[in-house]
Design a protein around this ligand. Structure first.
Ligand SMILES: [Fe+2]
Ligand SMILES: [Fe+2]
Length: 425
């Protein structure tokens, strides 16, 4: 139902377990949704009554759909049978004033893109693969025919960074890709190849997550990627070597950020007295997920409120950037295995406690020390990656030491300084 709702009404569904969680959320974020859909009961509590009274007492002016019936509020909310999902979607669309025309426009696309590079090293996908030419899709390989390494390289050289499968094959694709990624990533021993492969895998998982959300396959694929990042970080690579591998391959900005932030923040943790392996695992997990909702280059480059304000992004894109930390946590709500504390890093990685927007004070000390380590690492990485000329890590470090001068921020900057000999030759 959730997926259908999102597809047909073009909305983003946020799931809350019970009335308390929803009310907490509405209070905490000062956020008014376009619509609330509620069960009649959760456990032995009348969820709908709590929800309705809250919405009413706060004069929230949000329409409410009840999945079922409740005589106490008959006529005050829209009652729809919980098994009739088509009716639920229709009602939801009507209440959110999504028109029939828009609903058709928002129909599921027939083809689903994936990064071409993910096919490297394999010979078949067992699914028909399409190539986009002008505005139409042509079969590149049918489900029974094979391909080889050279053909993939040729496509990439021609600038064909994405291939397509039928939308209906998505689930199959996710399953086979996650299994393959796991295998490839565990078997690769050479760091250079591993960095390239993990990058492809990062981009694939980002695409899968954005269309399928958290599922068994996407969890597997992201875990395989996270393990590979850990492996790279544990091999104590020099930043210069990493940079030269990353800059040679046309990899996404989000991926470069993710990997470098993981490596740098891990090294910093070796230089704070409370750093443990468990904390390190949290940092890698956070590095993977923190910008997962804005993997596109033109969104991932924005790191301050000023940059966002001056950008010529569309309004929806600006909102996406503003909320990306918060949205990543929303996405993770359905993930059963988030390491304790990692969610906090993700939420606070721009220094704002509730994960929405950018801070005015870059030394805002309301965030946790681990989030501060992550933030300082990311700032350093951001500056290393965003220079046209060859970056000078010592120059960037000097800037960091001048910028982070108080409390935990100062400690984090000093940890970076102490980690520098290990990171830089
Ligand atoms: Fe980031
Ligand atoms: Fe971010």
């Amino acid at each position: 139902m959730v997926q259908n709702l999102e597809v047909y009404t073009g909305s983003k569904v946020i799931i809350k377990r019970d009335a308390d969680e929803l009310i907490d959320f509405l209070k905490r974020d000062d956020f008014v949704p376009d619509l609330i859909i509620s069960e009649n009961m959760a456990g032995d509590e009348y969820t709908i009554l709590k929800v309705y009274y809250f919405v009413n007492s706060q004069k929230l002016d949000v329409p409410v759909i009840l999945l079922g019936e409740n005589p106490k509020i008959k006529g005050k909310v829209e009652e729809v049978s919980r098994t009739d999902w088509q009716q639920v979607i229709k009602k939801a669309a009507a209440l959110m004033t999504v028109t029939a025309e828009q609903m058709i426009e928002l129909n599921v696309p027939e083809y689903y893109p994936f990064p071409t590079g993910i096919l490297r090293g394999s010979q078949e996908l067992g699914l028909s693969v399409f190539k986009k030419q002008n505005e139409s899709y042509k079969v590149w390989r049918d489900e029974n025919s094979k391909f080889n390494e050279e053909e993939i390289e040729e496509l990439l050289l021609d600038g064909i960074d994405f291939l397509y499968i039928l939308n209906t094959d998505r689930l199959e694709f996710a399953k086979s890709v996650s299994a393959r990624l796991e295998q490839l990533l565990t078997n690769e021993k050479d760091t250079k190849n591993l960095v390239g492969l993990t990058g492809e895998s990062f981009n694939t998982v980002a695409t899968l997550l954005s269309s399928m959300g958290i599922t068994e396959s996407t969890i597997k694929a992201s875990q395989a990627t996270i393990n590979a990042i850990e492996k790279i970080a544990n091999s104590s690579p020099k930043l210069e070597d990493l940079l030269s591998i990353l800059l040679k391959n046309p990899s996404s900005i989000a991926w470069k950020h993710c990997l470098m932030t993981a490596v740098v923040s891990q090294a910093m943790l070796d230089n704070v007295d409370w750093g443990t392996n468990e904390q390190k695992a949290k940092l890698v997990f956070a590095a993977f997920f923190h910008d997962i909702c804005i993997p596109q280059d033109h969104l991932a480059t924005i790191h301050t409120g000023g940059e966002l304000f001056e950008s010529d992004l569309k309004k929806e894109e600006k909102v996406r950037v503003e909320k990306h930390a918060f949205s990543a946590c929303e996405l993770l709500q359905n993930h059963p295995d988030v390491p304790y504390g990692a969610e906090n890093i993700i939420l606070q990685h721009h220094g704002v406690p509730n994960g929405i927007g950018f801070p005015e004070d870059h030394l805002d000390n309301r965030i946790t020390p681990l989030a501060i380590i992550f933030r300082v690492a990311e700032d350093y990485v951001h500056q290393l990656l965003d220079r046209d000329e060859k970056p000078d890590p010592f120059f960037v470090l000097k800037g960091i030491l001048q910028r982070y001068t108080k409390g935990e921020y100062l400690k984090a900057a000093e940890a970076l300084k102490a980690a520098h000999p290990k990171l830089v030759d």
